[in-house]
Design a binder for this molecule. Structure first.
Ligand SMILES: [Zn+2]
Length: 487
């Protein structure tokens, strides 16, 4: 138990407080238990013992954070198509070589290039004052010098659709829907349509521009960017997000002016532009399987970030987690049965270019992908383990879940969806292993200038590596490969 003493404080107290019999060492050599659950871990045999050792080794080192710090300090922001993006590819390829992967290579990916420029948003009347705003990713610019228009406030996309066109024509539609904070991040899915679809829906009502409340859970005076879409059917109008405090102020100004003859007008100026497409790359590192090197366990993250922050949380942390998990497995005296393939995907944020390119390039071997895991939700501790495998294989999943229990991880269902970068592969029958991270504070910094090293949960990062390495090793080593459910 000497390693226990060197664990980060949070884990130490968790482990010491745990009453379960399945503590670190006990897990690798299970004793019979009344509910028979230990029988599952025993069923994993030597593989289970090795996985438990990997898990404990992961808890005992700081390598993932060192990887992340190197990325953030030596590269920093790396939005698709920028100089930072190109430097990130060079950095990642060199880093994977340094870490001892068996094979390291890149695959070209064409990415769109969008340049943010500057964003100015201010209340002109009746209470003039500046606001903090950021253009949404992909937004067109305002006319030179900006536009000034009356603001119409709504609280949902449905309300946008219900606006009469005469109320909206030539005005700025302000969609004031606040994102809720939840551990599983479910508030994002509920709110993000205002960002992705707001410009289309406001343009359908004849609006000149759309402002949204930032899709984020903080009350900091920072705006959250993120991708948005246009439709060929309607005019492309400028779109920007206000910081949460500025959205509050604008809403209060509108409330105060209501019932008077004063109109709230806002000036908005965005100097965004589109440049020609650029070249980027998926960066790939492999730990080659000893028996079935052609069978692949895919470990995914994305190398690109938004331009406003450092991409430490999104998704530097994810890349640190999956890379370190694979590196630990590469340190074993013997390679696992199958190949671990770490893919640091290009351009997840602005159109999934890397994931689509991968699915095309590897179309012939998709059926040889026997498992996919993705880390793209920051560094908060993992709290649940879900799967997407053939029902007959659930006993093996239960056995793996038992290895995760000492990390405070519970077993979830068998409908894991994986993240965005796995989405093109999922419909093609990819078995998925989902580790659900605590996202309580993730959306405080998501897609903002506050996505920095300071926002990274260092203990959580370590626990993530322990969880990922445990599952990745078992999926790569288990005798019978996992299959997706038949349906
Ligand atoms: Zn991400």
């Amino acid at each position: 138990m000497s390693s226990l003493l060197r664990l980060p404080l949070g884990f130490r107290s968790f482990l010491l407080a745990a009453t379960a019999s399945c503590l670190l060492v006990a897990c690798s050599t299970p004793s019979p238990s009344p509910d028979g659950s230990a029988a599952h871990a025993a069923a994993l045999g030597t593989m289970g013992a090795t996985a438990a050792e990997l898990r404990d080794t992961a808890l005992d080192n700081n390598r993932a954070y060192e990887f992340l710090e190197s990325l953030v300090v030596e590269v920093g922001p790396r939005f698709a198509g920028t100089e930072g993006d190109r430097r990130a590819v060079v950095w990642a390829e060199a880093k994977l070589r340094e870490l001892g992967f068996d094979r390291v290579y890149t695959e070209p990916v064409t990415v769109p290039a969008w340049v943010r420029g500057t964003a100015v948003a201010e209340i002109v009347s009746p209470y003039p004052q500046p606001m903090v705003a950021a253009a949404l990713g992909g937004s067109v610019a305002t006319p030179p010098g900006g536009l000034t228009a009356e603001v119409v406030r709504v609280t949902s996309l449905d309300e946008v659709d219900n606006l009469a066109e005469e109320e909206t024509r030539g005005k700025i539609v302000f969609i004031d829907q606040r994102m809720e904070r939840h551990r599983d991040g479910s508030g994002y899915g509920q709110t993000v349509p205002i960002r992705s679809l707001g410009a289309i829906r406001a343009a359908q009502r004849g609006a000149a521009a759309v402002l949204i409340r930032s899709v984020g859970t903080d009350d900091d005076r920072i705006a959250h960017t993120g991708a948005m879409r246009y439709s060929d059917e309607v005019t492309q109008i400028p779109a920007a997000a206000l910081s949460n405090p500025d959205a509050d102020t604008l809403a209060l100004a509108i409330e105060r002016a209501a019932g008077t003859d004063r109109k709230v007008t806002v000036h908005l100026e965005l100097t965004t532009r589109r440049d020609p497409d650029q070249q980027s790359a998926n960066v790939i590192g492999e730990v080659l399987g000893r028996e079935k090197p052609e069978e692949i366990v895919l470990l995914a993250c994305h190398l690109d970030s938004w331009d406003l922050g450092q991409g430490a949380v999104d998704d530097g942390a994810g890349c640190a987690i999956v890379t370190e998990a694979a590196r630990l497995i590469a340190q074993l005296p013997e390679r696992p049965r199958r190949t671990l393939r770490v893919v640091l995907f290009a351009n997840e944020e602005f159109g999934l270019s890397g994931a689509r390119a991968y699915a095309e390039t590897h179309a012939e071997e998709i059926s040889l992908h026997v498992g996919g895991m993705e880390a793209d939700f920051g560094a908060g501790s993992v709290w649940a383990f879900e799967s997407r495998v053939d029902e007959d294989q659930l006993p093996a999943i239960e056995a793996i879940a038992e290895l995760l229990a000492p990390l405070g991880i519970e077993q979830g269902g068998n409908e894991s969806r994986g993240g965005a970068d796995l989405s093109p592969l999922r419909p093609q029958g990819l078995p998925i292993f989902g580790l659900y991270q605590d996202g309580t504070t993730y959306f405080d910094v998501h897609h903002t200038m506050n996505d920095t090293l300071a926002a990274v949960d260092r203990e959580g990062l370590t626990q993530n590596v322990a969880a990922y390495v445990t599952v990745a090793y078992c999926v790569a080593e288990i005798e019978e490969p996992f299959r997706a459910p038949a349906n």
